[in-house]
Design a protein around this ligand. Structure first.
Ligand SMILES: *Cc1c(COP(=O)(O)O)cnc(C)c1O
Length: 394
C-alpha cells in the first residue's frame, strides 16, 4: 500500500469501525459463535448479546427494545419500511409522499411500487435544499398511506424539520417513515418527539460495521403493520427471516452506546472544524457557492467551485478523500439528483465537492486541506479561459 499521508473527509460515505466496537464484536465470531435461535447455552449467549444490542439501539433513538428490527443496513430498512408498509395495506388506492432529494434507497423502492400501480408524489426543494411544509401538507391526501422524508441529507447535510413533519403526518393520520441514517449517532434523534412510525439507521455510518442496520417499527398508537420482504425462519418478529448477524448486531449496539455518550461533544468539535473549512475556503477563493442552507449536519460541507472540474481537483489532491457532485451515492457516475433538485446546472454540479468530517479529523488536517484546495483551485482556474473572462467581466 502507498505510504502517502491520507486525509479522510468522506465520513458520510462510511466510517471506520471504532476499535472499541471491534473489541465488543470479536468474541461473537469465535467463542460465542452460537445461533441466536438455538435452545442451548451457545444460543442463549448469542441471544442475550442480541437483546443487549437491541436495548442499546432503542435507547439511542428513544424507542422500546421490541420496536427494533435488525436488518442488513439502511438500504434494507428503507425497502422493508416502504414496500412492507405499502404492501401490507393491500388497497390499490394507497399512495406515497416522498421528496426528490431522498437517497436512492428510498427513491428506488418508491419507483418500484409506482410501476406496480401505487401513486407516488415527490415534493421538491428550494435552492437551499429545504422542503416547503405547505407543499408537503398539500401533497398528503385521503389516499396517502405513507410519507417518507429523510432527516439529514447525505450529500448536502441539509436537515429536514423532523418534528414538524411528524406533526403534519400525525394530524392527518398518515404513517411517517424517516431515513435517519445520517443523523442517528450525530445528533439527537427521538422517535417519540418526532412522532415517527418507522425509522431507518445503519451501523457503518456511525462507527459500526458494514452490512448491519435497524428499522424502528412503532408498536403502539398505532401499531405499524409491515409485510416482510424475506420469507424464511420467521426471525425478528417475522419481519426479517435469516440467522441473525450476531457479531454485526453486537457492533451496532456498541456503536449506538458510544455515540450516545460522545455525540454531543463531537458535534460541537466537528461543527467548529467544518465552519473553519468553509470560512478558510470562502475567505480565499471567489466564485464559490454553498450547496445547502438552513439547518445542516455539523460535519458536512458541500461547495461548488466555479470554473473548476471537481474530478480534476480530486485527482490533483489525491491523498485527500472527498466526494464529488457526481457519483455521490450510487454506483453510476450520474450528476447528483440532489444538487439538480436544488436548481444547480451541470457545470455547478461538476464543480461540487462534499467534505464530510468525522472522529479522526483534526484541525491540522483541515488547515492542510484549506491550503491545498485553495492552491489547486487557483492553479486549475489559471488554465481556464472562462475564469479569465469571468474575472475581466467583473
Ligand atoms: C448510507 C445511506 C444509506 C444506505 O445505507 P446502507 O447501510 O449502506 O445500506 C441510506 N440512506 C442514507 C441517507 C445514507 O446516507
Amino acid at each position: 500500500m502507498s505510504a502517502r499521508p491520507r486525509i479522510y473527509l468522506d465520513y458520510n460515505a462510511t466510517t471506520p469501525t471504532d476499535e472499541r466496537v471491534v473489541e465488543a464484536m470479536l468474541p461473537y465470531f469465535t467463542s460465542e459463535f452460537g445461533n441466536a435461535s438455538s435452545g442451548h447455552e451457545f444460543g442463549l449467549a448469542a441471544r442475550e448479546a442480541v437483546e443487549r444490542a437491541r436495548e442499546q439501539v432503542a435507547t439511542l433513538i428513544g424507542a422500546e427494545p421490541n420496536e427494533i428490527i435488525f436488518t442488513g443496513g439502511a438500504t434494507e430498512s428503507n425497502n422493508l419500511a416502504i414496500k412492507g408498509m405499502t404492501r401490507a395495506r393491500r388497497t390499490r388506492s394507497s399512495s406515497i409522499v416522498t421528496c426528490v432529494t431522498e437517497h436512492r434507497a428510498v427513491l428506488d423502492p418508491c419507483a418500484r411500487l409506482e410501476r406496480e400501480g401505487v401513486s407516488v408524489t415527490r415534493i421538491g426543494v428550494d435552492r437551499d435544499g429545504q422542503l416547503d411544509m405547505g407543499e408537503l401538507g398539500n401533497a398528503i391526501t385521503e389516499e396517502t398511506a405513507l410519507v417518507s422524508i429523510m432527516h439529514g441529507n447525505n450529500e448536502t447535510g441539509v436537515l429536514h424539520p423532523l418534528n414538524e413533519i411528524g406533526e403534519a403526518c400525525a394530524e392527518r393520520g398518515v404513517i411517517f417513515h424517516t431515513d435517519a441514517t445520517q443523523t442517528v449517532g450525530k445528533l439527537p434523534v427521538d422517535v417519540r418527539a418526532s412522532q415517527a412510525h418507522l425509522l431507518s439507521l445503519s451501523a457503518h455510518k456511525m462507527y459500526g460495521p458494514k452490512g448491519v442496520g435497524a428499522l424502528y417499527v412503532r408498536r403502539r398508537n398505532p401499531r405499524v403493520k409491515l409485510m416482510a420482504e424475506l420469507d424464511g425462519g420467521g426471525h425478528e418478529r417475522g419481519l426479517r427471516s435469516g440467522t441473525l448477524n450476531v457479531p454485526g448486531i453486537v457492533g451496532l449496539g456498541a456503536a449506538a452506546e458510544l455515540r450516545q455518550s460522545e455525540m454531543a461533544a463531537e458535534a460541537v468539535r466537528l461543527g467548529a472544524l467544518r465552519d473553519r473549512l468553509r470560512d478558510g475556503l470562502t475567505g480565499e477563493l471567489d466564485a464559490l457557492v454553498l450547496n445547502g442552507g438552513g439547518d445542516l449536519l455539523p460535519n458536512t460541507l458541500n461547495i461548488a467551485f466555479g470554473f473548476v472540474d471537481a474530478q480534476a481537483l480530486l485527482n490533483a489532491m489525491e491523498e485527500v478523500a472527498v466526494s464529488t457532485g457526481s457519483a455521490c451515492s450510487s454506483a453510476e457516475p450520474e450528476p447528483s439528483h440532489v444538487l439538480r433538485a436544488m436548481g444547480r446546472d451541470d457545470e455547478s454540479i461538476q464543480g461540487s465537492v462534499r467534505f464530510s468530517l468525522g472522529r479522526e479529523t483534526t484541525s491540522e488536517e483541515i488547515e492542510l486541506v484549506i491550503e491545498k484546495v485553495v492552491r489547486l483551485v487557483r492553479h486549475l482556474r489559471s488554465m481556464s479561459p472562462l475564469y479569465e473572462m469571468h474575472k475581466s467581466g467583473q
